[in-house]
Design a protein around this ligand. Structure first.
Ligand code: EPU
Length: 420
């Protein structure tokens, strides 16, 4: 296993190019299963999660070539069975279920199970499949879904924490090939859902309203191959903005989409960080002293749960009390005890973390627990005095393309080593 060794105290300076969005790329790759013609997907980030999705597509019978960020997939003939060993390794692989059901009228997929950030049920995915005509059986840890005929229907997809991103993606993909009209109410509005809808429309689907809570899908008989460029990763962009602010540096983000970052930029402004548009780039730096603030994570267009941990690292450096309330995932505070090892003072009260910021941080060995928690530890390590060793960075490699290389290019003293 590998670790990162970070020598803190260096402000980040320079330019960084934002990669394609992981969470847009994963369902888009799954959508290539909807056609027997080749699809070409550009700006696919080279991460362990996308490489893993490619493996899953290949295990289903598709051919796939990944070269310089462009992935060509040809799912000419596929099977509808994905086994536990593959699915358990990546929860996002559940989004192959909708395409398989649409194309083959059957899917047998291992239940993905929970993960460190919460239970992560798939009841809403299954509710959508059933509404479109699938019969679902759960046996031996597998979901067995079959459908004689798929018929469009009105579906309400809201859950206890609001809409579901991959649930919306799954049902939307399935509905593209159903007879008649499907209307998803309480659909997720995330930009990644919109990007998927744009790709599906390029394949010949008839989807309107993506990006709003009501998505209408008029079923078509067949989808064809298409080309698509994945949107830039808003979570990676937010991570670099926060890293620039945490180290008191100045970073230009090339290709970041300001229109996908409103909630993050607004909160950062309150916290003393300026994000200005410079042509097609964004420039991130402190606007003065850091100020405490409160955030609550919410579905899009609210503050993203995927930026909560990184924001906590910034608040740890900010004198005063900041409060973070996590409303999407029930146990997404695993980074708190690791940040405490660097000297942070954080208390958890139910779904909220009370951060008493401004104490000096000093480097220590810490353990990454999930993808965004790892990013938070890297940010805190760069702002701490002395050396921080972040262990188990395979979590980081799941979702950030070449993060240590990009940070080094911005001046960070960061090295990848074999974990001792
Ligand atoms: N939920 C249900 N039932 C369901 C599905 C979800 O109750 O059937 C609940 C979840 O337990 C959670 C909430 O609904 O409380 C939202 O979960 P959602 O389904 O939206 O999450 P997801 O689609 O599984 C995606 C991202 C996550 C991101 C969330 C929320 C991908 C591959 N993953 O997960 O990304 O945190 O949306 O925005 O798109 C990450 O990148 O680090 C990451 C975890």
């Amino acid at each position: 296993m590998e670790s990162l060794i970070i020598k803190g105290g260096v402000p980040l300076h320079g330019e960084v190019t934002i990669s394609g969005s992981k969470n847009a790329a994963l369902p888009i790759l799954a959508a290539t299963l909807l056609t027997d013609e080749p699809c070409v997907i550009r700006r696919v980030p080279n991460l362990s999660d996308t490489r893993f999705m490619v493996k899953i597509l290949q295990s289903l019978g598709a051919t796939a070539q990944f070269e310089d960020g462009t992935l060509t997939v040809h799912a000419k003939k596929i099977r509808g069975y994905a086994d536990y060993e593959l699915v358990r390794q990546m929860r996002g692989s559940i989004c192959i279920a909708g395409p398989l059901l649409a194309r083959l009228r059957k899917a047998r997929i291992s239940l993905p199970g929970g993960c460190i950030i919460g239970a992560r049920p798939i009841n809403l995915h299954l509710k959508g499949f059933e509404a479109l005509g699938a019969k679902i059986k759960i046996e031996g840890g597998y979901v067995d879904a079959t459908a004689k005929r798929l018929a469009g229907a009105p579906i309400f997809l809201g859950g206890r924490a609001g809409p579901t991103v991959l649930g919306t993606a799954n049902v939307m993909m399935m509905a593209t090939l159903a007879d008649g009209v499907t209307v998803i109410e309480s659909a997720a509005c995330e930009p990644e859902v919109m990007d998927l809808a744009n790709f599906l429309n390029a394949m010949g689907a008839k989807i309107s309203g993506a990006g709003s809570p009501t998505i209408t899908i008029v079923g078509v008989e067949k989808l064809h191959g298409a080309e698509h460029e994945v949107i830039p990763d808003r979570i990676e962009a937010a991570t670099f903005i926060i890293a620039a602010a945490a180290t008191n540096g100045e970073v230009t983000l090339k290709g970041a989409r300001e229109d996908h970052l409103h909630a993050v930029i607004d909160k950062l402004k309150e916290a003393g960080v300026s994000v200005e548009r410079r042509g097609s780039n964004l420039l991130a730096r402190r606007s003065g002293k850091l100020k405490p603030a409160d955030i609550t994570t919410l579905p899009y267009s609210g503050f993203p749960t995927d930026v909560q941990a990184q924001m906590m690292s910034l608040f740890v450096l900010t004198p005063g009390i900041s409060i973070i309330t996590e409303r999407i995932f029930e146990s997404r505070f695993m980074h708190v005890s690791e940040l405490a090892r660097l000297g942070a003072d954080i208390e958890i009260e139910g779904p909220s973390a009370i951060v008493k910021g401004g104490r000096p941080l000093s480097g220590a060995p810490v353990m990454a627990s999930d993808l965004r928690a790892s990013a938070a530890l890297v940010i805190a390590g760069m702002a701490a005095k002395g050396a921080t060793q972040v262990n188990r960075i395979y979590h980081l490699d799941r979702g950030y393309e070449n993060i240590d290389g990009k940070l080094r290019q911005l001046g960070a003293r960061i090295q990848r080593v074999e974990e001792k």
